[in-house]
Write a protein that binds this ligand. Structure first.
Ligand SMILES: C[S@@+](CC[C@H](N)C(=O)[O-])C[C@H]1O[C@@H](n2cnc3c(N)ncnc32)[C@H](O)[C@@H]1O
Length: 244
């Protein structure tokens, strides 16, 4: 995995999002810089000239820093909050590299918002069901690589009710905190298997230490189309969903 210096990332975050030489990075910008540096190390595996989507992007710290530091050719930003879209457009104007950037005020659940067959989709802290929409849409759009860091494991998640029922069947998981953790792990297991059934080879890693963010689980997925892997994942997914 390529290493990205935190100082390089900090400098780009400062130039794009702070834009005043007198002001220093805020605490949240420092945290974001660490996360982005760790993500760029993974994103560096995509080809030169790649088409990248930053989904549930916020002001697109990941996508825009990638646009400055990686040899990508296009960046599509998807974000539904108009103020963040505006902040992203202001930051885009400060890019020094020349590439095509398309900032879309859109919901990630909307098929029409997505470009076809992007090389890579990244979603950092895609909150609640946004992480599931990003996974489904990346599959539908036939993205080659997917990098998703979910956050929030509340009732709005599509697999919440089933995961909760499975945990409650295990009477020995009697502590509330452990119940929440097991439930979150089942939700992530379903996401991983969903990607595998769609033909992706997946790995799970901790993106950064838990003191940077407790929501530090990253799904790394590469479209591989391995029939054996797909069949095995389908069998596991059916058991997890209770359909077999
Ligand atoms: C926790 S923020 C993370 C932003 C950015 N990825 C980052 O790490 O700095 C989650 C973002 O996802 C956006 N979001 C949530 N659900 C969305 C959806 N369905 N479609 C588009 N954006 C969404 C929110 O507006 C918010 O900007």
């Amino acid at each position: 995995m390529a290493a990205f210096s935190i100082d390089d990332v900090r400098a780009v975050v400062h130039r794009l999002f702070i834009a005043s030489a007198d002001a220093s990075l805020r605490k949240e910008d420092e945290q974001k810089s660490r996360e982005v540096a760790a993500l760029l190390g993974r994103l560096a595996r995509v080809r030169k000239g790649a088409r990248l989507v930053d989904a549930a992007a916020g002001k697109a710290s990941v996508g825009l820093v990638a646009a400055e530091l990686l040899p990508i050719a296009t960046l599509t930003v998807l974000e539904r909050d108009p103020r963040r879209v505006e902040a992203c457009r202001r930051a885009t104007a400060r890019l020094t590299r020349s590439l095509e950037v398309d900032v879309r005020h859109a919901d990630v659940a909307d098929d029409d918002a997505w470009p076809e067959a992007p090389d890579a989709v990244v979603a950092l802290h895609a909150c609640g069901p946004a992480a599931d929409h990003v996974i489904d849409q990346a599959i539908r759009a036939r993205a080659r690589f997917v990098f998703v860091v979910p956050c929030c494991y509340g009732e709005a998640l599509p697999f919440f009710a089933r995961a909760d029922a499975v945990v409650r069947e295990q009477a020995y998981v009697a502590d509330d905190l452990l119940r929440r953790r097991v439930r979150a792990s089942l939700i992530d297991m379903e996401r991983k298997l969903r990607l595998e059934v769609a033909g992706y080879a997946t790995e799970l890693e901790e993106l950064v230490g838990p003191t940077v963010t407790p929501h530090n689980l990253i799904f790394l997925a590469r479209r591989a189309g391995d029939a054996v892997r797909i069949e095995r994942a389908a069998a596991r997914l059916a058991v997890l969903r209770g359909t077999r």
